[in-house]
Design a protein around this ligand. Structure first.
Ligand code: PLP
Length: 402
């Protein structure tokens, strides 16, 4: 590590709450699909700020929109009607079957809003005392108290925060009987990610999704889809639920929505939207003019430049390349999983050493659940970048296996 890195690490330890297990890398600049450290070294970025900067880093076209809007109006509050918010809503609603949107600032806040909306709709529109939310094991829905409770993972992320809110049940992944058994007269919704991201890049099997939809219909409960990580073209469709031909009652978005500016959204049917009335839910910054104008431009680019198709194509290319590599390293690479550019490489052993080796080869990616290399690069990533990744992985595995 360089002296500059040691200095920034030491400086941070005196200033910030110690919540992050940081990578041993300080980033001073990011452009396109590249990151640069304090000494100017270049890294290929297969992380995109954790599936956020899907159009690549520091784009001039987004910077122009940002600068223009910043000079005109940044924030005036949701007490006022504002066109940028409506322009964004029109574009966003044109990508899906939802009828209404509520803007907020993060994935957790969007999921929190979705949970509140499901309960409120059941109580005030349907007049039923339904409040319970069923989620799946290994899901990840956020870090606020409710979304943390909804998150189907045990361990340090929940420890020390009790009492956690009531009204959440987690069931084993893929087990329809367990799901059926968990439904009762107080169930308001089943909430799922179509591809579990943090949980190890696990797509929901199609039959399982069909069963979930059928259970929701039979029991008169809502389907909430958390598209915080999967949305905005990442998986090869604008929204991951579109792969399954499913229309959620509520779904959430965040991460890639404004390509790095904090923004979240709760999208819902016109029927479910009746649950929210003035004063029932709000947020100061949500849908402010600056983030809204950038997000609107993001959606334009996503559509004009066919980013969903690109994600599918590049994901397929990565899959083919990793499959070839698996033949050379059959004891270490177990397979691939995911959809589009939410791409996981399953390892047969703990991947820490492999992840470290990749970083030494100046490749940034993520290791999740100990054995899954998670690749969520900018959707603008090229075949050359993917080939370079696979070559680096080959070198790392060859060195380790020797
Ligand atoms: N839901 C999913 C599926 C996520 O992947 C994440 C973050 O990784 C969240 C919710 C929480 O989003 P945020 O960190 O913006 O609150």
């Amino acid at each position: 590590m360089s002296q500059k890195f040691d200095a920034i690490k030491e400086r941070e330890s005196n200033l910030l709450c110690n919540t992050y297990g940081r990578y041993p890398l300080a980033v001073s600049r990011a452009k396109g699909c590249r990151l640069y450290d304090l000494d100017g070294n270049e890294y290929r970025d297969f992380l995109a700020g954790i599936a956020v900067c899907s159009l690549g880093h520091s784009r001039d076209d987004l910077a122009d929109v940002m600068a223009e809007q910043a000079r005109k109006m940044v924030h005036v509050s949701n007490l006022f009607y504002q066109e940028p918010q409506l322009d964004l809503a029109e574009k966003l609603l044109s990508t899906c079957a939802a009828g209404k949107v509520f803007f907020c600032n993060s994935g957790a806040e969007a999921n929190e809003g979705a949970i509140k909306l499901a309960r409120k709709y059941m109580r005030t529109v349907r007049n039923e005392d339904r409040y319970e939310i069923i989620t799946l094991e290994k899901s990840f829905h956020g870090r606020t108290l409710s979304t943390l409770t909804a998150t189907g993972q045990a361990g340090p992320i929940k420890e020390g925060y009790s009492p956690l809110p009531d009204g959440f049940v987690t069931v084993p992944f893929g087990n329809v009987n367990a799901l059926r058994g968990a439904i009762n007269l107080h169930t308001a919704a089943i909430m799922v990610e179509m591809v579990q991201g943090e949980g190890g890049v696990r797509p929901l099997p199609t039959d399982y999704v069909n069963d979930i939809v059928a259970l929701c219909k039979e029991n008169g409960i809502l389907l909430i889809v958390d598209e915080v990580q999967t949305g905005v073209c990442r998986t090869g469709r604008f929204w991951a639920h579109q792969h399954y031909g499913v229309t959620p009652d509520i779904f959430t978005s965040a991460k890639a929505l404004a390509n790095g500016l904090p923004m979240g959204a709760v999208l819902c049917s016109n029927e479910v939207a009746k649950g929210f009335t003035p004063g029932s839910h709000a947020t100061t910054f949500g849908g402010g003019a600056l983030v809204a104008s950038v997000a609107a431009k993001v959606i334009d680019i996503m559509i004009e430049e066919k980013m969903a198709e690109r994600a599918l194509k590049m994901g397929e290319f990565a899959r083919e390349q990793v499959f070839k590599l698996k033949e050379k390293h059959p004891d270490t690479i177990a397979g691939t999983r995911g959809l589009g550019l939410l791409f996981g490489i399953e390892l047969s052993k703990n991947g820490r050493e492999i992840w470290n080796g990749l970083l030494e080869h100046r490749i940034v990616c993520n290791l999740t659940q100990g054995t899954i290399l998670r690749l969520v690069p900018p959707l603008t990533i090229t075949e050359d970048d993917i080939t370079a990744f696979v070559q680096a992985l080959d070198e790392v595995l060859t060195a380790i296996e020797e």
